[in-house]
Design a protein around this ligand. Structure first.
Ligand code: KIV
Ligand code: ZN
Length: 515
């Protein structure tokens, strides 16, 4: 069967959207999951854009790109030769490095953004591809804003970049302007007109401004494109990119129609989606196709009746196909460490050592408070562990909150740090505010809450509450997450996880600078 290359750009296009930024450790965690998902290419970053992005791309190349059967690790670069050098410095450690270089070809971009002539842009594109080919064989070229570019001129640029050595030609609908039928025709015409295209991989990269990104990507595949660029949960600039899970599951579910396969292990999709939400603190809408909370929920009586009689009546995919736990009751308060380890393993989390110790403690605490512990609860605990980017400096030891109508909310908090305990109290305009004030009083650090999101991991009044927040510590914006059946405690944990990241980073800096 025909095979399409799945190029994941969650860590580049996805990450550059506001509210989705990830630090190096978070990108690494996500990249490991993308490798388990068996995508073909991970676009890990845009190395010239910042030192942090350079470092994250390099670490993904070093730590994930060197694994057995690792995906190709790609870095994005403008056509400047210095940009390409920097990109290569970051991706060169991977077994299969790729340089992806791009320049806009639409007259709008040439006139207002680049202030260059068509001839100048064509030359820059060719020079860039040649320069990149000096480093590696796997070079991709994209004419940015392709859907609004003059067709003949864009084809000239593509023919010239293939001649210069590009191995993949990617056609981006940068502003999400294309409509499926028109886009399909454009792809077909590109295949006819561009010289040498039959010897390279044709790719598409569609944005979702008009809600057409997945439809446009699938139409392009029907017209012969064999690489598709996409992101987990469809995150990306503005309205996002084409969603990986929707494309992959459409190809799988409608194999009869498309006759195209991917190498993706679909059972890893749900975990990838949840991990990304956990890392970024941004959850998908309940009705999101494939990974949304309601994607497999049958509410209407007539549907439930049909599903109970025969799943095929209303189900075109099985939740297990994407690795979605069926929310069954698994463990209880008497379950031991071995049972937890085995169940976590089935859910795809191989925890060991201190990570497992902490997860076990969290599980026991939860089982004490909650009658029923579901797979989703365990996933919340485990994801919390695997995204714990630094060993916690401060740990929550005790929390007491007084709050109510007509009462000034106050909190007493005790924290553990390096074997010692510290206690203080605070008041605020709500219980969460009071808890954070008490923590600030202990640590001497003052955080300003920039964003706060609370959701429940499972249904029911005793569900785990997951809190994600963004906190500004003296100009440094960090994210933190926490989970507990008590939402105030979850908030305290989320704040501490953010605080630990800054505290740890400054301790590290002190060590590097020396006494
Ligand atoms: O949307 C776009 O044009 C891009 C390119 C860099 C491929 O992200
Ligand atoms: Zn894009």
């Amino acid at each position: 069967m025909d095979r399409v290359i799945i190029f994941d750009t969650t860590l580049r296009d996805g990450e550059q959207a506001p509210g989705f930024s990830m630090n190096t450790m978070e990108k690494l965690e996500m990249a490991r999951q993308l490798a388990r998902l068996q995508v073909d290419v991970i676009e890990a970053g845009f190395p010239i854009s910042s030192d942090e992005d350079f470092e994250a791309t390099r670490e993904v190349a070093r730590q994930v790109g060197t694994l057995e059967n690792a995906p190709s690790i790609c870095g994005l670069s403008r056509v400047g030769l210095g940009d390409i050098d920097r990109c290569w410095e970051a991706v060169k450690y991977a077994r299969k490095p790729r340089i992806h270089t791009f320049v806009a070809t639409s007259d709008i971009h040439l006139k207002y953004k680049l202030r260059k002539s068509r001839a100048e842009v064509l030359k820059a594109a060719v020079d860039a591809v040649r320069h990149a080919r000096g480093y590696c064989e796997d070079v991709e070229f994209s004419p940015e804003d392709a859907s609004r570019s003059d067709f003949d001129y864009m084809c000239d640029v593509l023919s010239a970049t293939i001649e210069a050595g590009a191995r993949t030609i990617n056609i981006p609908d940068t502003v999400g302007y294309a409509i499926p039928r028109e886009w399909g025709e454009r792809i077909a015409r590109i295949r006819e007109k561009v010289q040498g295209l039959d010897k390279v991989v044709l790719s598409v990269h569609c944005h979702n401004d008009l809600g057409q990104a997945v439809a446009n990507s699938l139409t392009a595949l029907m017209q012969g494109a064999r690489q598709v660029e996409c992101t987990i949960n469809g995150i990306g600039e503005r309205a996002g990119n084409a969603s990986l899970e929707e494309i992959v599951m459409a190809l799988r579910t409608r194999k009869d129609y498309f006759g195209i396969d991917t190498g993706v292990r679909t059972e890893e999709i749900f975990k990838a989606s949840r991990l990304l939400s956990h890392i970024t603190g941004v959850h998908v809408q309940p009705n999101k196709a494939i990974v949304g909370e309601n994607a497999f929920a049958h509410e209407a009586g007539i549907h439930q009746d049909g599903v109970l009689k025969e799943k095929l009546t209303y189900e075109i995919m099985r939740p297990e196909d994407i690795g979605r736990a069926s929310n069954k009751l698994v463990l209880g308060k008497h379950s031991g460490r071995a049972a937890l380890t085995a169940r976590l393993k089935e859910l795809g989390f191989a925890l060991a050592g201190p990570e497992l110790d902490r997860a076990f403690k969290a599980f026991k605490d939860l089982a004490d408070r909650k009658k029923e512990v579901y797979d989703e609860d365990l996933m919340a605990i485990a994801t919390d562990e695997v995204t714990q980017t630094v060993a916690p400096l401060y740990e929550l030891d005790y929390l007491h909150v007084i709050s109510g109508t007509g009462v000034v909310p106050s909190a007493t908090v005790r924290l553990k740090k390096e074997g010692q305990t510290f206690q203080d109290s605070g008041v605020g305009d709500g219980p969460v505010d009071a808890v954070l004030a008490a923590i600030d009083a202990i640590t001497g650090l003052k955080g300003r809450l920039q964003d706060y999101a609370l959701r429940s991991a499972t249904s029911g009044k005793d569900a785990i509450g997951e809190v994600a927040m963004k906190v500004d510590f003296d100009g440094t914006l960090v994210s933190g997450k926490g989970a507990s059946t008590d939402v105030i405690e979850a908030s305290a944990r989320a704040y501490l996880s953010a605080l630990n990241r800054v505290a740890q980073a400054s301790a590290q800096r002190m060590k590097e600078v020396g006494p």
